[in-house]
Design a binder for this molecule. Structure first.
Ligand code: JHZ
Length: 422
């Protein structure tokens, strides 16, 4: 493929010594769902390699796919998960009180998606602005009254906002920093659009959880960076933002919610706590990523072992009844395509997903059909693998009738391959 670039320098600090620790082979783009007609055409795949910087310890992939291919027409709608909407509401309600926001304030969200977060400000009468490059999703947000610019957030856009006097009291950026190729420019842009007393709240999946729980399936071309406190702190201070507080969230398998300001004398104890924890575990050092987190087995070997057990379990289940999957998540596609045995589609009958834009399409690489939850309820399957294991509780509760009958839910598991979800 020609539409990707290979990075030899760290995306954050520019250091030339970055070391590969997981090679996921050639992978299709996880959200490039296929139509029936596409199935006869050759599918694009791209190498996918995870590396760690020896200087600032940022974990990153080497390959950068053209963002307009990845994000202009997007199939991920944040509102599909109640967990995400509830978490956003809780955060917004707290911020409104703590930052004393009112009708003269401005709340901005970068990668605002369908307005799952900004709607909560809007309902409380706080002026809002969303920015999201996915034209299809920005239109849905605008139609719902959530003002959204269908653009990438760049330093140029930040400059234009400043020129127009659009300075924010609060800037949210959830699950987007990892997606941006100009990592420093994005953070510098946030600083630009903040009022002097403004607060930036940034959520990123946490590399500590990723390594410790072997969450390798959250690696895909959309995720260029995988942050620890140490690496994000170095990135922020380089670009003039000071981290004042850290919250650990269970979302997406373990995330950091990072609070930062242009300047502050006050720093919460959570910052020192995570700094010390990462130091003790050696997160800023290369061996944490190569040494298999004290197991004596490399991370790459752990991933291989996990997936060997996973496929062996899928075979065992298929011998006792029909197997299907739930949640056509990006991570599910990385999981199924890793060392993908060609037989996968015949083992997993379909993937059910509540997102209308995904239904009727086919999963990249494996070509498993994506169907509606109604189809799942009406089709007699015995085993269902929840691919977005991060939402297993939400999905299993929603589909409780399945286990009241003879169905069983399963999630991927490092030790067992597949673990029953009860
Ligand atoms: P989900 C996302 O990745 C997207 P994905 C993104 N790339 C990102 O940065 C990471 O998160 C962190 C469906 N579903 O959220 C909806 C149901 O059908 O785990 C989704 O297709 N019923 C921006 O794609 C999928 O499952 C339900 O009840 O790996 C969930 O995908 C629920 C809860 C979800 O993330």
């Amino acid at each position: 493929m020609t539409d990707y670039k290979y990075t030899t320098e760290c995306r954050s600090c520019g250091n030339k010594y970055i070391n590969d620790f997981l090679d996921l082979g050639a992978q299709p783009l996880v959200n490039a769902l296929l139509t029936k007609e596409d199935l006869d055409k050759q599918e694009n795949t791209y190498p996918l390699t995870l590396a760690v910087c020896g200087m600032c310890s940022l974990v990153q992939i080497r390959e950068t796919v053209d963002p307009s291919i990845l994000f202009k027409d997007y199939v991920y709608f944040s509102s599909q998960s109640k967990t995400m909407v509830d978490s956003a509401r809780e955060c917004v309600n707290k911020v409104i009180i703590e930052e004393k926001l009112n009708k003269d304030s401005l709340a901005v969200e970068l990668a605002s998606n369908d307005g799952y977060l900004l709607q909560h400000y809007m309902k409380r009468g706080i002026p809002i602005l969303g920015i999201d490059p996915a034209e299809n999703i920005a239109k849905i947000a605008n139609d719902a009254g959530i003002k959204t610019l269908p653009e990438f957030f760049t330093t140029e856009l930040a400059d234009a906002m400043v020129k127009d006097g659009m300075l924010a009291d609060v800037v949210h950026a959830n699950n987007v920093l990892a997606h941006v190729a100009d990592t420093n420019g994005f953070v510098a842009g946030i600083k630009k659009i903040l009022k002097p007393s403004g607060l930036a709240i940034i959520e990123v999946p946490y590399i500590g959880d990723f390594i410790e729980k072997a969450e390798f399936d959250t690696t895909y071309h959309e995720h260029l960076c995988y942050f620890s406190f140490t690496s994000i702190d170095r990135l922020f201070s380089r670009n003039g933002l000071k981290i004042t507080k850290i919250e650990r969230l269970p979302i997406h398998g373990g995330s950091l919610r990072v609070f930062a300001r242009k300047s502050s004398y006050w720093v919460d104890g959570s910052v020192t706590e995570i700094f010390n924890e990462e130091k003790a575990k050696g997160l800023e050092l290369g061996h944490y990523y190569f040494g298999g987190f004290g197991t004596g087995v490399s991370f790459e070997q752990r991933v291989f072992n996990k997936m060997t057990k996973f496929w062996s379990n899928v075979h065992e289940l298929a011998a006792t009844g029909i197997v299907c999957a739930y949640g056509a998540a990006a991570k599910g596609n990385t999981l199924l395509n890793y060392n993908c045995p060609g037989r996968v589609p015949s083992l997993i009958r379909f993937i059910a997903d509540s997102t209308p834009a995904k239904q009727g399409k086919y999963a990249p690489g494996t070509h498993i059909k994506i169907v509606s939850p109604e189809h799942f309820r009406n089709y007699n399957t015995k085993h269902c693998i929840i691919l977005p294991w991060n939402f297993a509780a939400e999905i299993a509760t929603k589909e409780a009738d399945y286990t009241r009958g003879s169905g069983k839910f399963w999630i991927p598991d490092e030790k067992l391959g597949l673990k029953e979800w009860k």
